[in-house]
Design a protein around this ligand. Structure first.
Ligand code: FDA
Length: 409
């Protein structure tokens, strides 16, 4: 099917936000064309949530999002909530379950969510074109109104009244991520917030990796914290996983979105234990038992041994509990419960789930996602400076911002 020469709405990017926007705009009777350079649509939906797509979170609140303007996301999120998306999932009879912490996943496959979006687009008569490279975008003159933009593509040129940029972020370039959305923003003089990899594992130095080599593959529940760029402490209680490259697991991915290079993170390896009290009690009940044995019962044997060896010098060796004074016990508790760690870096966009930063929200309408001084140009989804926590929040932003633009474009 050849690309039409003109349309009401042209959406660049057939991912989560673009497909949602297409369905909503199409249902309003707008003629919608979606173009994507990839060979398949919705690739990130398909790979998300380990193939089961964590499509929303029951507890979605504006607090679950990072942005230079934390209020910006509120309008769109309140007009298309997690319950609205869930109603769509139920309408399509997609089986799902809550895994933990309000995170909703498909029982079967992420393909169910993509099929649902494609069915909604087909119903709304939105046309989707893959293998479509964007070559150039030009703003038309007022004499061409209502047409405002012409997009030159590998499949031909197409003019539109509304141009919606839904090209996502920079993470996982092998899945088709590009910086096109940022280039379009720059072309129209819209400011960008600095971008970096978010929800991403930390790397460690070779010396640190050697210390933790015997822990690789082990996961423990921790509380990890660091300060955000406004100096507020952020913390997450979830699993930390030791890997061949460093640290991963949900706690690490969450904190990585707040971390800045050169900053230490603080890890409480026993977030649910009063360690001073526990060690004092054990001293009385089992005075001859070794510190590493007691810690091994709380952590795993492996992990306890590694940390006991690491901090051995400060406690003057791994001794029976009755040989430690109260000062030693306090030092031990501080080490295990506020471990200060300086990550070497992150794994970057290669494995990051999201891109932090992006199109500055100060130049967009929070109601419509249209650029304030560039009529007919919209930005939705991850390309905007709104990034969710881990747990289905990024898709909820894609649905909500797609719905907001789709309602007005
Ligand atoms: P998205 O990336 O979905 O779509 C962008 C589209 O634009 C793509 O189809 C791309 O091909 C196209 N495009 C890019 N450049 C283009 C160009 N130059 N020309 C034409 N087309 C172009 N979130 C969540 O809430 N729950 C989860 O379970 C997960 N899991 C997850 C796993 C992994 C491995 C990753 C990498 C990410 C997640 N996420 C997630 C994050 C989530 O996938 C992401 O935030 C949304 O897909 C963003 O939706 P968008 O529509 O903005 O971009």
């Amino acid at each position: 099917m050849p690309l039409p020469r003109q349309t009401d709405v042209l959406i660049i990017g057939a991912g989560a936000a673009g497909l949602m926007c297409a369905a909503v705009a199409g249902r309003r009777g707008r003629q919608v064309v979606v173009v994507d350079h990839a060979n398949k649509v919705g690739k990130k939906i398909l790979m998300s949530g380990g193939g089961r797509c964590n499509f929303t979170n029951l507890h979605t609140l504006p607090d679950n999002f990072l942005s230079d303007n934390p209020h910006f996301c509120k309008s769109a999120l309140s007009r298309f909530t997690q319950w609205d998306f869930l109603a769509l999932v139920q309408k399509h009879q997609i089986p799902y379950h809550e895994k933990k912490l309000g995170q909703l996943f498909c029982d079967n496959k992420a393909q169910d969510i993509l099929n649902m979006l494609l069915a909604e687009c087909a119903d709304a008569k939105a046309a989707i074109y893959t293998h479509c490279q964007i070559e150039k975008i030009t703003a038309l003159s007022t004499t061409d109104l209502p047409l405002r933009y012409r997009v030159h593509t590998s499949l031909g040129n197409i003019s539109c009244e509304s141009l919606v940029v839904a090209t996502g972020g920079l993470s996982i370039p092998t899945m088709g991520a590009t910086g096109l959305g940022y280039e379009v923003a720059t072309q129209f003089n819209l400011p960008l917030k600095p971008r970096s990899a978010g929800l991403v594992p930390f790397t460690l130095t070779p010396a640190q990796l050697a210390v933790f080599s015997s822990c690789v593959g082990n996961a423990i529940e921790v509380c990890v914290s660091c300060n955000d760029d406004k100096g507020n402490e952020k913390s997450f209680v979830e699993n930390l996983l030791f890997t061949h490259r460093g640290l991963s697991g949900p706690a690490i991915l969450q904190i990585s979105s707040y971390w800045k290079p050169g900053q230490s993170i603080q890890v409480n390896l026993l977030p649910h234990v009063n360690l001073i009290e526990h060690l004092r009690m054990q001293q009385q009940q089992r005075p001859k038992v070794l510190l590493s044995t007691v810690m091994g019962e709380l952590l795993t044997k492996n992990i306890a041994q590694v940390f006991c060896d690491l901090w051995d010098a400060q406690w003057k060796g791994n001794r029976p509990l009755n040989q430690y004074g109260i000062k030693d016990i306090q030092t031990i508790a501080t080490q295990f419960q506020s471990w200060q760690l300086l990550p070497a870096g992150t794994e970057g966009y290669r494995t990051a789930e999201v891109t932090l930063g992006g199109v500055d929200t100060s130049c967009l309408s929070s109601k419509t996602l249209e650029a304030n001084h560039q009529p007919g140009l919209y930005f939705i989804g991850e390309v905007v400076d709104v990034t969710g926590h881990l747990g289905g929040f990024n898709f909820q932003w894609a649905w909500a911002s797609g719905n907001a633009a789709g309602t007005f474009c």
